[in-house]
Each structure stands twice: as structure tokens, then as C-alpha cells.
Design a protein around this ligand. Structure first.
Ligand SMILES: Cc1cc2nc3c(=O)[nH]c(=O)nc-3n(C[C@H](O)[C@H](O)[C@H](O)COP(=O)(O)OP(=O)(O)OC[C@H]3O[C@@H](n4cnc5c(N)ncnc54)[C@H](O)[C@@H]3O)c2cc1C
Length: 486
């Protein structure tokens, strides 16, 4: 097994896109699932805590190690099987999402719920319960995870198949490889929005759902089986620039009021505000004067529907006060790629801005019920104005889920942003929302989880972790304070 312990060899593993900096003096780079087990056994026998690292594209510091060792799954890159008839793929957890998609595409299949960042690994995506630009049409990755193979810190390997191990209300009682597991789940209820804040808990839940989104705190995912979808026959994407922000919000409302089986129904419905456009302008000269842009992706099944659907979108665009001439409809793979790149460029530019200014990310991952979305949206604007800080607001508006980012240029501004983030999260929770819809809590968002759940609920998460990690060595400082494990 490859083991690194020189400072400069480990440096890159001590951060993700949150800009939090970690500390560790040993990095394990196992080349196989057997070597992962070996690394785990070594850490456990030496009582060294360890953090799982994958693509390191996370935004909350989940893979950033504060103490002990790092075990990276990045070399577990084998695609084990693809069943084109049953439409599923089995793969090791270090496979990059872009490689998963390339492989699936060979068989005219696709993981439509794939997160936006293609350099994330499938194990990282499962562990953060990720979703992506197609969240509106396909939800999060959770629904597509059929099976996982997990290595626990006890050295046990458990294989969990969806549908096989279910709770009776909040009680689990099952056996794995002769070992009995009997425990009660916490009593809290998760909000009725897309949420990735703390462990997923529900009456009669499937065990697999506890591990999905557990942010490297319960076990190391070694491999998984994911269900795929047929690639759409045709797709076109649109970028609709609105001179007035209100028109953009009305456009969104109109689309969200459509029935899911309506012919015109986007798989993706995304938004950027005027400050996002200002940030992108130096790179994209085609951006007109606008207060907002809406990005959508429309899948088309029959060839006959194609022209008709483009007409329908154009009518909807015009009725809502945007100009067809200033809108872009992309219907070739190259043009679609360019539009996707445009959408993806913004979070990349924000991360780069923070890196250059050496500031930690101050960004929301809030989703609220749709009926309260506009209230939340205007609250963001009010708070931003009060703070006097620069910001951008963008994201998955289809799911009432935006990433509001303060753009702090120095430590003083970062401190101020932190205070405002608390107020914003409190508002989201009061509106029935979540403080994290897709990125997880990691290390960065623990103060916000405390706004969402009572102290005893967070303590019950720590107790639940101990069922699978009795040595309390794995992913310490993620989701809740390690002191709760004492
Ligand atoms: C430009 C940009 C855009 C992004 N857009 C999106 C988006 O649209 N939607 C979205 O959901 N996210 C998005 N992200 C965030 C990020 O890509 C996701 O959180 C992703 O799922 C992280 O995967 P990773 O492989 O990079 O994991 P890492 O960052 O390495 O780790 C993330 C967490 O998972 C744990 N972990 C990783 N692998 C395993 C494993 N095998 N077993 C157990 N635990 C494990 C780690 O310990 C850590 O807690 C974006 C990031 C960037 C930089």
C-alpha cells in the first residue's frame, strides 16, 4: 500500500473547496478494497482516528482531516459491472462521476441525478447525499443507490441492499455476518424539503438511507450499485435573461405550477441573480444587461415533439417579459456543453475568489418549502443590504434551494458574514427549511445544525454513530462535535 508522510505530499489532502485547512501526518492511498481494510485495521490497532477523503470537491470540509490519518479512496477506480438490461452499474467508490457517466453513455444510459461537479467520486456523492443541476427533475442521488458495500471500523464489511433491512418504526434489529445489530433511531423529524443536514431518519426507513449522506462518519463505502436511466432521445437547454428580477421569479412560478407529466417540464431549473451575472461578465461577453438569468434543460422523447416544445418554451419566455433574441436555446451537444460550462463557472469563480483572498466559504445550502421561497429570497436580499457585504445568489431554484454566497475579501468581512449566516439559517428553519440541502454539514456547518435540531437530537446522532464506530475513530468533527462521543 502507498503511504505518504512527507508534508508536501499530504498538503493537497488537507483542504477541499471550503478553504478550511486541516492537519495530518499520514496519508494512506490504498489500491484495493483489501488495502482499505488493512489501513483501517492499522489505524484501529494504533487507536489513530482517520478521515475518509475522495474527490475533495466538498464544500463543507468533510474530507479535511483535523487529527490522525487520512484514508483516500481515490484509487478504487474499477467499474465492476454494467447491466444494460436492468439499467444499473456496479463500481468502486473512487470512480469519478465523469467516468461513471462515460461508461453509462456507451450503453445509452445515464445517471441523470448526477451532481454538477464531475470530479467528485461516486462514494463522495453518496456520502454527502449529493444532488445536482437536475435535482428538479430527478431529485438527489439517494433514490438511485441500490446497494453499498461498507467497511466498518470494527473490520466488518457489510453489504446493504435497498429493501432488505428495514426499521420497524424507529427500531432496527438485524444480523450481518453473524453479528447482531439492535438499536433505536433518534426521534427527530427531518424537514419536508430536500435535506442533507445530519443523519437521514424516518419511521420504517431502509438501512441504506442511514449510510447515504452520513458524511464519512459511519463507515467507508467500498463499492456500490447505482440505478441508471435511459439517455433522453433529445435534449435542449435554455438561458433566459430577464431585465426584471420579478419577471424571472414569475417565470419560475409558472413552470413549477406545471404538472410533472406535462410535455413542457424541465429536468433542470436553475437561477442566477444580477451579481452572479456581474461576476461572470468578464468571461462571457454575450451576457446582456439583465437582473437575472434562468437556466433550464428540457428532455424530449419523441422527435415530433421537438419543434413544438421549443415553440412552447419561446412563448413562455415572451409572456414573462424576456426577449427571445437575448435568450439562448442550445440544441447541439457543443452548444449545450457551453451553457453547462457557463452555469458551472460561477461556483468555480467563487471558490477561486475565496482562495485568492484566503477566506473560508460563507455560503448557504438552504432549501425551504416552495410556498415560503419568496419570503426567503427577499430575506437574503435584505440581510445582504444590511451587511454591506458583496454577495452572489444562485442555484437550484426549482427545488427552492439557493446558494447565497457572501464574497468576503478579508477576515473582518468573513467574521461579519458568519454572523449574518446564522440569522439567515434561523430564518430558513423558521420557514420549515433545512440548513443543508445537498452539501452536508461537514465541519463548517455544525453551528447551523444546532439551529435546526435540539441539543439532545444532535447527541442522539452521536450515539447512533457509536453503533457502527464503537471505537469513535472515523470522521471525527464531521456533523457534530467529537466531544459528544465521550
Ligand atoms: C464547482 C463545484 C460545484 C458543485 N456543485 C454541486 C452540486 O450541484 N450538487 C452537490 O450536491 N454538490 C456540489 N458540489 C460539492 C461536491 O462536489 C459534492 O459534495 C460531492 O459529492 C463531494 O464528493 P467528493 O468525492 O469530492 O468527496 P470529498 O469532498 O472528498 O468528501 C466529502 C465527504 O464524503 C466523505 N466520503 C468520501 N468518500 C467516502 C467513502 N467512500 N466512504 C465514506 N465516506 C466518504 C468524506 O469523508 C467527506 O465527509 C460542488 C462542488 C464544486 C467544487
Amino acid at each position: 500500500m502507498i503511504i505518504k508522510n512527507k508534508k508536501d505530499e499530504i498538503l493537497n489532502y488537507l483542504e477541499d473547496t471550503s478553504n478550511i485547512k486541516g492537519s495530518s501526518s499520514i496519508l494512506y492511498l490504498p489500491q484495493s478494497r483489501e488495502e482499505i481494510l488493512e489501513a483501517v485495521k492499522e489505524c484501529v490497532s494504533r487507536k489513530v482516528s482517520f478521515t475518509v477523503s475522495a474527490g475533495r470537491t466538498g464544500t463543507t470540509g468533510g474530507c479535511v482531516c483535523f487529527q490522525g490519518a487520512i484514508i483516500s479512496v481515490e484509487n478504487l477506480t474499477n467499474i465492476l459491472n454494467i447491466d444494460k438490461d436492468k439499467k444499473n452499474i456496479e463500481l468502486e467508490s473512487g470512480v469519478l462521476l465523469e467516468n461513471l457517466e462515460k461508461e453509462a453513455n456507451k450503453y445509452n444510459l445515464s445517471l441523470r441525478a448526477v451532481p454538477t461537479e464531475s470530479l467528485a467520486c461516486i462514494g463522495g456523492a453518496i456520502s454527502t447525499g449529493a444532488s445536482g443541476v437536475r435535482g428538479f427533475g430527478y431529485g438527489s442521488i439517494r433514490s438511485y443507490v441500490m446497494e453499498i458495500e461498507v467497511c466498518l471500523t470494527t473490520g466488518d464489511i457489510i453489504r446493504i441492499k435497498r429493501g432488505e433491512i428495514k426499521a420497524d418504526k424507529r427500531n432496527f434489529n438485524f444480523e450481518n455476518n453473524g453479528k447482531k445489530f439492535k438499536f433505536e433511531l433518534p426521534t427527530y423529524n427531518i424537514p419536508k424539503v430536500k435535506s442533507q443536514a445530519g443523519y437521514f431518519i424516518k419511521d420504517d426507513m431502509d438501512l441504506i438511507d442511514l449510510f447515504i449522506g452520513s458524511e464519512g462518519t459511519l463507515g467507508i463505502i467500498l463499492s456500490c450499485k447505482i440505478s441508471l436511466q435511459k439517455s433522453p432521445v433529445n435534449i435542449f437547454d435554455g438561458l433566459v435573461f430577464f431585465k426584471k428580477e420579478n419577471n424571472a421569479l414569475n417565470f419560475i412560478n409558472e413552470i413549477k405550477n406545471l404538472k410533472r407529466n406535462h410535455l413542457l417540464f424541465p429536468s433542470s431549473l436553475e437561477f442566477m441573480d444580477r451579481y452572479s451575472l456581474d461576476m461572470l461578465k468578464p468571461e462571457y461577453s454575450f451576457i446582456p444587461q439583465a437582473e437575472a438569468v434562468v437556466y433550464f434543460e428540457q428532455e424530449v422523447e419523441g422527435k415530433n415533439d421537438y419543434g413544438g416544445l421549443i415553440d412552447k418554451w419561446q412563448k413562455l419566455i415572451e409572456v414573462n417579459g424576456a426577449s427571445i433574441d437575448e435568450s439562448i436555446i442550445a440544441d447541439t451537444p457543443r452548444e449545450r456543453e457551453k451553457i453547462f460550462e457557463f452555469r458551472h463557472k460561477l461556483p468555480q469563480m467563487i471558490n477561486e475568489f475565496l482562495r485568492q483572498n484566503n477566506q473560508i466559504k460563507a455560503s448557504t445550502d438552504i432549501a425551504v418549502p416552495w410556498k415560503n421561497f419568496e419570503q426567503m429570497y427577499f430575506f437574503y436580499k435584505e440581510q445582504a443590504k444590511q451587511s454591506g457585504l458583496n454577495y452572489v445568489n444562485f442555484g437550484h431554484i426549482g427545488e427552492s434551494h439557493l446558494h447565497f454566497n457572501f464574497l468576503a475579501e478579508n477576515d473582518q468581512e468573513s467574521l461579519k458574514a458568519k454572523v449574518y449566516m446564522q440569522t439567515i439559517c434561523r430564518k430558513a428553519v423558521s420557514l420549515g427549511g433545512t440548513v443543508s440541502a445537498e452539501h452536508g454539514i461537514g465541519k463548517l456547518k455544525k453551528p447551523y445544525l444546532k439551529i435546526m435540531y435540539k441539543e439532545e437530537d444532535i447527541k442522539s446522532m452521536a450515539n447512533l454513530k457509536k453503533i457502527f464506530d464503537p471505537n469513535c475513530l472515523l470522521g471525527l468533527d464531521n456533523v457534530f462535535e467529537k466531544e459528544l462521543l465521550l
